[in-house]
Design a protein around this ligand. Structure first.
Ligand SMILES: Cc1cc2nc3c(=O)[nH]c(=O)nc-3n(C[C@H](O)[C@H](O)[C@H](O)COP(=O)(O)OP(=O)(O)OC[C@H]3O[C@@H](n4cnc5c(N)ncnc54)[C@H](O)[C@@H]3O)c2cc1C
Length: 465
């Protein structure tokens, strides 16, 4: 099928421009969807218009997340202008909705970027059937397009790893650059300005989180450079240590598409001479002493390719990705069997939000997320599993986890988050473990397990003081 998937079978029509509806991939460079729109427009002698649609409600996002996004989009708009490509913002305002804007622009062809989530896919299908022109979607978020990587919901990391390894070489190629566009647009800006967007969003969203990240393509590149320089060499040993600054910190940028996973993989691979191993799950525990740079590159690529693309695969083929319905039968049955088990602690949403549980480690993880806009990856598993243990039901635990994660995490609202929550609470991509209270056969985690890995007291002190 390739990177571009047709969403309707309309034949070529005459139009005033080619439109790219930017959504998940908020960048100009390394963007296959923009490249596709530009190539089509050059063939047809037309301008390109990039439209970004401000959703009225994007999950449980806070005002700060929207600010981060709008700051990035302002930079996108400026870069596009220098390339002679027009940028417009649509919003749920009279005369300014996406459908109205597109109808007025009269495109000869329309390109979306890809998300496996239900909301964007429904919108894209509706537009494809409503508009008279050809409509397609281009996967520029994954290194291997989701539909090409696998035609079904994968069972676990080991089943998708083989497929990724087989196809990675042919997809992990250098990007084409976005070039100055030869055909200028004479169309009026039919959308809203950034100032109007700001005012519009003030009415819709509330402040509620802190963010430790600068926004935009340049900031994303700077974070990647700092990771490669300072943290990549020890990634294999430090990535799971919440008291160390061992992760890449790229998830907010990957989530908003301010950097492409393909670019990240290419830059990281350039640091070693041999091709990545990726043949089996790299074993962190086997690195006695200092890992080699090659070990770290391989461990990182496992996360960026196998885990990340497995998450898109799950959400693409399983629409119940935020509900117990999306779990395998063994997990549903086992959780159901333990649904009446006595819970030692139960908390209200206000208590969860305020980090007011009896467990200082859980509270510290929640506070890390609230204070920075991101929780350490290792603590996310513990945090979600304790939500299962201290909620009235697994379904309630999933809903609370989704709310808190999307509300406070800058990288929230992402297939990685939904899949991570379903892995922790509902055994998705995992196997049955020894049966125990409340968890049933879902993998268990406890405080002494944390203690064996790192200094939990130091982590608590860092975030709770
Ligand atoms: C309960 C729970 C909630 C999570 N919520 C989110 C979320 O909202 N958004 C999000 O992007 N990730 C989420 N993850 C996955 C993972 O924890 C984060 O991707 C990672 O911690 C992000 O930090 P980083 O970019 O510094 O990671 P690094 O360790 O530097 O990894 C680099 C990249 O690889 C990918 N990656 C790493 N680990 C995973 C994983 N387990 N699954 C899928 N992709 C992975 C991400 O794209 C990440 O940015 C969640 C995991 C769990 C268990």
């Amino acid at each position: 099928m390739g990177r571009q998937l047709l969403l309707n079978s309309k034949s070529e029509t005459k139009g005033l421009c080619v439109v790219y509806v930017m959504s998940r991939d908020q960048r100009v460079q390394d963007n296959h969807a923009l490249n596709t729109a530009q190539k089509t427009a050059i063939k047809q002698g037309l301008p390109v218009v990039v439209v970004f649609n401000l959703l009225e409600k994007s999950g449980f996002r806070t005002r700060e997340h929207y600010d981060f996004m709008l700051n990035g989009l302002k930079q996108v708009s400026g870069t596009l202008q220098r390339l002679n490509i027009q940028f417009m913002l649509s919003a749920d305002l009279p005369g300014k909705t996406l459908t109205e804007l597109i109808e007025q622009l009269q495109p000869s062809e329309l390109v979306f970027d890809f998300s496996p989530l239900n909301g964007p896919r429904t919108l894209q299908k509706q537009m494809a059937s409503r508009l008279p022109c050809k409509v397609s979607v281009v996967d520029t978020h994954n290194i291997i397009p989701t539909w090409d990587l696998s035609d079904k919901e994968e069972y676990a990391a080991h089943t998708i790893r083989r497929k990724i390894h087989k196809q990675l070489d042919s997809w992990l190629t250098q990007h084409e650059a976005a070039l100055p566009h030869p055909h200028s647009s004479n169309l009026n800006n039919l959308g809203i300005t950034f100032e109007q967007a700001d005012k519009h969003l003030i009415k819709l969203t509330k402040n509620g989180s802190s963010i430790n990240f600068d926004s935009g393509e340049q900031a994303a590149k700077a974070e990647l450079a700092s990771f490669i320089d300072k943290r990549l060499p020890s990634y294999a040993t430090l990535k799971n240590t919440p008291t160390a600054d061992g992760q890449s910190n790229l998830s907010p940028y990957l989530h908003f598409g301010q950097i492409s996973a393909q670019r990240v993989a290419l830059e990281v691979m350039q640091q070693i001479n041999t091709p990545p191993l990726l043949l089996r799950q790299p074993r962190l525990a086997s690195f006695d002493g200092k890992p080699t740079l090659e070990d770290s590159v391989n461990v990182f690529l496992e996360e960026l390719t196998v885990r990340k693309e497995l998450a898109d695969n799950y959400c693409f083929y399983n629409q119940n990705y935020t509900s117990l319905e999306g779990a395998k039968d063994w997990a549903k049955e086992s959780l159901q069997k333990h649904s009446e088990d006595d819970r030692q602690h139960l908390y209200s949403q206000d208590e969860w939000r305020a980090a007011k549980t009896h467990d200082a480690a859980w509270n510290a993880a929640q506070l890390e997320m609230k204070q920075t806009g991101k929780m350490h990856g290792y603590m996310r598993m513990y945090w979600a599993k304790k939500l299962l243990e201290w909620s009235a039901s697994p379904e309630e635990a999933i809903q609370t986890a989704v709310f808190l994660n999307d509300h406070y995490s800058l990288d929230g609202g992402d297939p990685n988050g939904y899949t991570g929550i379903m892995w922790s609470i509902a055994g998705v991509h995992d196997r049955p473990w020894f049966e125990r209270e409340i968890y049933g056969k879902i993998r268990y985690m406890n405080r002494s397990g944390l203690q064996r890995r790192f200094d939990v007291g130091a982590y608590i002190n860092r975030w709770s003081s």
